[in-house]
Design a protein around this ligand. Structure first.
Ligand code: 5GP
Length: 116
């Protein structure tokens, strides 16, 4: 599957509907279709990055933007103080199923550690 055709690219282009939470020039955030917590948001870069493995120094700003967006949403949506978790699955053994870098933002329940 080419980068132009991956699922999250289609979501960003509006070809597949999504529940948008936030968007700016660098990132797009939307609700996960199969939420693993009361709040489960996916934050993705608009840049064509398959996974964390693709990142170089040139991507530092956009990589940081994923975390800054997570922190911003946590405050805006009211769970910054109660707690939340950011997860980036990378590669098959970690459970990455969509070949476009994405940060899971999870909140709204007691999250277990270590994750399964
Ligand atoms: P991964 O397993 O790659 O870390 O995460 C991919 C995530 O994408 C999963 O949590 C899955 O539920 C979500 N997902 C898969 N297909 C869709 C879709 O069509 N729409 C939305 N909103 N989320 C999706």
């Amino acid at each position: 599957m080419s980068q132009n055709d991956n699922l999250f690219k289609k979501i960003m282009r509006g070809e597949i509907p999504s529940a948008k939470v936030y968007e700016d020039d660098d990132v797009y955030a939307f609700k996960d279709i199969a939420p693993a917590a009361p709040t489960h948001i996916l934050i993705i870069p608009k840049a064509p990055l398959d996974s964390l493995n693709e990142l170089t120094d040139n991507d530092a700003a956009v990589a940081g933007k994923l975390l800054v967006t997570a922190a911003k949403l946590a405050k805006e949506l009211g769970f910054a103080d109660t707690g939340y978790r950011c997860v980036i699955n990378t590669g098959a053994q970690a459970g990455q199923t969509v070949p476009h870098l994405h940060l899971h933002l999870l909140a709204g329940r007691d999250l277990q550690w270590p994750p399964g």
